[in-house]
Design a protein around this ligand. Structure first.
Ligand SMILES: [Zn+2]
Length: 217
């Protein structure tokens, strides 16, 4: 009698353990599905002129954090006249050592010749725009001199890239394309903070370029 009861208790325990395992498995599956649900930047093919040169995943410049939503584009200037897109991309990569304790990066860097390097996939956040890191795409722009004004070829490329982002993620250049200055009042991108009319012209140029790209498509 007592042996039967013991066996039954064992069976009950085994059943309970099985149930617990099932619950864990289901919870795990739910978390996995949640973490891997579609991100807006998933399966997005970047334009031909963009060259992928991703940073290695590291806590300082590419944390690998999913970019859950894309509500805007933030424009920056590198603040280091005459430096190339590659030099700025390599600077972000160098931060990965942690030696300087600096957090910084950008999804894209547009260079002096209009070349574009992509440092971070559109499915991950960059460390560029403070509280807007979690819902924006960042573009760093190289510039020839201290004024921070973009050269014509660079300017045109930034317009093109920003217009493509606006079309891809259904953003309005009037409200969703912002300067780093609009987030933190940092003087970035310097020339377009000091010349608000140049900034208005930039956004108007992006809107016009969107029409142009839509016509091409
Ligand atoms: Zn900035």
């Amino acid at each position: 009698m007592s042996r039967v009861r013991t066996r039954r208790r064992h069976l009950n325990l085994r059943f309970a353990a099985l149930c617990l395992l099932l619950v864990f498995a289901l919870a795990g599956a739910a978390v996995w599905l949640w973490a891997n649900r579609g991100l807006p930047g998933e399966d997005v093919e970047v334009p031909d002129y963009v060259q992928e040169d991703f940073l290695t995943v590291n806590p300082w410049s590419r944390p690998g954090t999913p970019l859950e939503k894309i509500d805007g584009v933030v424009i920056h200037y590198v603040g280091n006249p005459g430096t190339t897109a590659q030099a700025n991309r390599n600077y972000f990569e160098s931060l990965s050592s942690g030696e300087t304790g600096t957090y910084a990066s950008s999804h894209f860097v547009v260079g002096l010749e209009g070349e574009v390097l992509q440092c971070i996939p559109l499915t991950e956040i960059a460390y560029a725009s403070n509280i807007r890191n979690e819902d924006t795409v960042a573009i760093e722009v190289c510039h020839p001199d201290e004024t921070g004004e973009f050269s014509p070829v660079t300017y045109q490329r930034v317009v093109e890239l920003t217009a493509w982002l606006c079309r891809t993620f259904r953003l309005d250049p009037e409200t969703d394309v912002i300067r780093h200055y609009d987030v933190t009042e940092k003087l970035c991108p310097l020339y377009y903070v000091e010349h608000p009319e140049a900034w208005d012209a930039f956004r108007a140029d992006v809107a016009a370029e969107m029409e142009h790209q839509a016509g091409d498509a």
